[in-house]
Ligand binder design. Sequence first.
Ligand SMILES: *[C@@H]1O[C@H](CO)[C@@H](O)[C@H](O)[C@H]1NC(C)=O
Ligand SMILES: *[C@@H]1O[C@H](CO)[C@@H](O)[C@H](O)[C@H]1NC(C)=O
Ligand SMILES: *[C@@H]1O[C@H](CO)[C@@H](O)[C@H](O)[C@H]1NC(C)=O
Ligand SMILES: *[C@@H]1O[C@H](CO)[C@@H](O)[C@H](O)[C@H]1NC(C)=O
Length: 221
Amino acid sequence: MSNPTIPLTFLLILTYSALLSQSIIPSRYDGFVYRKRAASTATVLIEAFYDPVCPDSRDSWPPLKQAVDHYGPTVVSLIVHTFPLPYHDNAFITSRALHIVNELNASATYHLLNAFFKHQERFYSEQTLNMSREAVLDKVINFASSTLGNSMQSAIKSGFNDSATGTKTRVSFKYGCSRGVFGTPFFFVNGFSIPFNDSEPINYNGWRNIIDPLTTKQRNI
Ligand SMILES: *[C@@H]1O[C@H](CO)[C@@H](O)[C@H](O)[C@H]1NC(C)=O
Ligand SMILES: *[C@@H]1O[C@H](CO)[C@@H](O)[C@H](O)[C@H]1NC(C)=O
Ligand SMILES: *[C@@H]1O[C@H](CO)[C@@H](O)[C@H](O)[C@H]1NC(C)=O
Ligand SMILES: *[C@@H]1O[C@H](CO)[C@@H](O)[C@H](O)[C@H]1NC(C)=O
């Protein structure tokens, strides 16, 4: 290269992006650990990237949950990460509600996730089209607190007023991006992605077929 400024510029850009990426490293690994089982490399570790208002995420959850429950906590662990899709109007706000609740009481996170999945259509874009952002926020807060107990309402409300919970939700999203997540549901098993197939969601037997061989060859490879 004849122009010596090019490598320097390149280096500066690299340094800058390294700094940027460092600044978003969270203090703990992202995500919600299922049943507070210790997620560890001693188990088969499944990670699911979910959008709380995505129908495919909702449909993929019962078979995954059933499969994870089938194995003991020493065999399989599960972490759910939020990945709010930009084309679902309320994906970020519902994801943020999960992060807020997880901070308040980590045992309640999956209750809220189940409830969002169960009543998902209430938060679809069309359902909230003529509501203000503020009204949607109230709707999410009221939904979360009626699901988990009204005593949590003010804590959830102030959670939404705390920019740290917004940051957490963003970091979760960026983490998904950094791993090449481009849709939901998106799964990793022991860090390796499961090929994304829209036309064939993984059912219970599909999960058993993925996990069973890993548990038998546990110590070999
Ligand atoms: C946390 O959530 C769980 C499940 O919803 C509930 O049983 C428990 O009482 C909650 N703990 C506190 C301190 O609110
Ligand atoms: C939205 O519009 C529907 C009818 O078009 C109406 O029934 C509903 O009350 C409206 N919701 C709000 C929040 O304005
Ligand atoms: C939100 O935070 C601001 C400043 O941090 C505070 O003045 C305001 O009262 C808070 N609002 C609610 C609803 O907690
Ligand atoms: C997705 O599933 C369909 C139906 O089983 C299959 O025909 C197709 O090859 C799969 N695609 C990928 C990318 O695995």
